[in-house]
Design a protein around this ligand. Structure first.
Ligand SMILES: Cc1ncc(COP(=O)(O)O)c(C=O)c1O
Length: 365
């Protein structure tokens, strides 16, 4: 537990820490939202009170993430996993190819779904290197007539992230930004479509944000189910059917919190500081701890590391849990340790973990 309140040091990979201020505000508003005598969850999504919350969240995300005018922001359901299917279902025409850059398990899952609709090809992959790195821009191969190029901006499981995105010219670039959206400024105009499950940097699970360039909609396949077409949700302002109203309200509150922190640039500076505290311990441990990602591909969101001794690694995780650190076990598919330091994880929690790691090394070296 943190010393200043009853909050755990939460390093979970997602769902993950939400800002305390947001949780407290939601708690205060839970049974009577803005004097309506109702919770936001209990009212119609067609009424003005909810619609204002919904539209404000869209406007705030556009402003904070500097989303240009020619893009739409959608709030969908089905998680980022449904986007793995919706992207090829909408934009991969029969006989056409799409290029997928493989940087981890989530990109592999996206590729698997695309195979159901067309002929995805692998534009680059770091699989042989156990996904320790992001391919260099010069390694990426795609064709000018590809339907799109797909990448995963931050690899939650392996702890790697892109520093610079490829320029794909006229070929639409599509990114899964589930685990680093809003963690730093991004030139949205490089992308035709960005998607992200909300449950890391944006709010609770149940909402998926899609940022789509309007001209891409013209290429959409027509013979697909209504709910799975992007145009349905653009035309309905993400209100075609009942949206996850509470999740969208929470997302709106998280965005207000980001704004109050000084916006995405201020958040990005803090994220560099936070991850730096933990990477520094790893780098100065003389190999007691070692990172999974190569230094130039390190993620600021998911810090993956191991201990040289496997028994000691188990002990580290057990003692860390005992000391009040939550969510430090690596993903079940790769093991090891992972500290997820998303936007809402305070500097204090990262400092506490860094101190704990130093102390653990001193005791067990
Ligand atoms: C990068 C990335 N993509 C996709 C997913 C899957 O997201 P969802 O559970 O919202 O379908 C995750 C989940 O952790 C993720 O980290």
């Amino acid at each position: 537990m943190s010393t200043t309140n009853n909050r755990a040091y939460n390093f979970s990979a997602g769902p993950s820490a939400l800002p305390l201020e947001v949780l407290e505000k939601a708690q205060a508003e839970l049974v009577n939202f803005n004097g309506t005598g109702m919770s936001i969850m209990e009212m119609s999504h067609r009424g003005k009170v909810y619609e204002d919350v919904h539209n404000e969240a869209i406007a705030r995300l556009k402003k904070l993430f500097a989303i240009p005018e020619n893009y739409e922001v959608l709030f969908l359901q089905g998680g980022a996993s449904l986007q793995f299917s919706m992207v090829p279902m909408n934009f991969l025409q029969e006989g056409k190819k799409a290029s997928y850059i493989l940087t981890g398990s989530w990109s592999e899952k996206a590729l698997k779904e695309a195979k159901l609709f067309g002929e995805p090809v692998i534009a680059a992959s770091s699989k042989e290197n156990k996904y320790r790195n992001i391919p260099t821009l010069s390694e990426i191969q795609f064709n000018s007539d590809d339907a799109y190029v797909h990448l995963t901006s931050n690899n939650t499981i392996y702890g790697t992230a892109w520093n610079e995105f490829p320029d794909t010219g006229d070929v639409p670039l599509i990114a899964d930004m589930s685990s680093d959206i809003l963690s730093k400024p991004v030139d949205v105009s490089k992308f035709a479509l960005i998607y992200a499950g909300a449950q890391k940097n944006l709010g609770p699970s149940g909402v998926t944000v899609v940022i789509i360039r309007k001209d891409l909609l013209e290429k959409e396949n027509k013979n697909i189910p209504t709910m799975l077409k992007y145009t349905t949700h653009v035309e309905g302002n993400s209100l075609y059917n009942t949206p996850p109203t509470f999740g969208i309200y929470m997302l709106g509150e998280v965005l207000k919190w980001v704004e109050a922190q000084g916006g995405v640039e201020a958040i990005a500076r803090r994220n560099v500081e936070k991850a730096g505290l933990i990477y520094n311990v790893i780098d100065n441990s003389n190999g007691f701890y070692y990172g999974h990602a190569t230094p130039e591909s390190r993620s600021l969101m998911n810090i993956t590391f191991r201990l040289a001794d496997e028994e000691l690694e188990k002990q580290f995780l057990a003692e860390a849990k005992e000391a009040g650190f939550v969510g430090l076990n690596g993903h079940r598919s790769v093991g090891g340790c992972r500290a997820s330091a998303y936007n809402a994880v305070p500097v204090e929690a990262c400092q506490a973990l860094a101190d704990f790691m130093v102390e653990f090394q001193k005791k067990h070296q």
